[in-house]
Design a protein. Sequence first.
Length: 211
Amino acid sequence: MKITVFGATGGTGEQVVRQACAAGHEVTAVVRDPARLSFQAPALQVVRADVMDPAAIAPTVAARDAVVSAIGSRQGRSPTTVCTDSARAIIAAMSRQGTRRLVVVSNSGMHTDDQDGVFVRTVVKPLLGRVLRYAYADMRRMEELVRAADLDWTIVRPPRLTNAPPTNTYRTAVNKNIPGGSVIARADLAAQILHCLTDPTTIRAAVSVAR
């Protein structure tokens, strides 16, 4: 596949790039600062571009099989629109170029359903919602934009991320949370993101992933 990755210098994005290259995909990593991406591979092209500018990133999504956005705010406790603004630009660029498949990374902490235990529903997630209210508000707006887009989108929702080695034993659930799913390694998250790219059952769905 030909895959474009936004947020490639972040922990999850770099894992996506590494694993996609290892699997034989042709990868374009769109970054603000190429020096921050230490990984190199023959199948990897690194492009400097402003992800907030649809015209600037349009060439990077043209003729691609799929686009991945692992963009997240580094200012989780301050007002931010980085996820919203980047999603808006990526959707506009993809629509302009006729590229259909989009996978974006969100989070499971801001979503509560009957799969969550009572303590998680009444204590843990409300507390997280207060502490991370700006980041969550940004990701909610991002999800709304993605859901409204005329694209073959998937929203991937992980819980707390770690840099632990891959386990290859993570769980997934479509359009619902995972009971007891409180953590996942970025390497496992990246593996699920790449799986979603070729799994038609995840199109126009939210996929939770956790250990």
